[in-house]
Write a protein that binds this ligand. Structure first.
Ligand code: SF4
Ligand code: SF4
Length: 83
């Protein structure tokens, strides 16, 4: 019988998921942003930071390049670019 496998608490910070990107990364243009927070909420790595409009950005150490943030941004203020 197998039980669940738990990672060591706090170990996720050491897991630099940015190395998983496969060629594309988001660029936060900070021009049309209205501060809706959708990019921050949808990011699976919780690596988007920002507080008010035109301040949002990501931490590339953890950004996997999934594109969710660019997809959901209502102002098209995030674009996916080549590494
Ligand atoms: S591309 Fe994905 S992982 Fe990177 S900031 Fe956007 S939602 Fe987060
Ligand atoms: S989803 Fe777009 S408009 Fe909303 S906070 Fe993020 S960058 Fe700004």
């Amino acid at each position: 019988m197998f039980g669940p496998i738990y990672a060591k608490p706090g170990s996720s910070k050491k897991n630099l998921t940015g190395s998983w990107r496969t060629g594309l990364k988001p660029k936060f243009l900070q021009k049309e942003c209205v501060g809706c927070n959708l990019c921050l909420i949808i990011c699976p790595e919780v690596c988007v930071v920002g507080e008010e409009k035109n301040t949002f950005q990501t931490n590339y150490d953890y950004c996997k390049g999934c594109g969710n943030c660019a997809e959901i941004c209502p102002k098209q203020d995030i674009v996916m670019i080549e590494e």
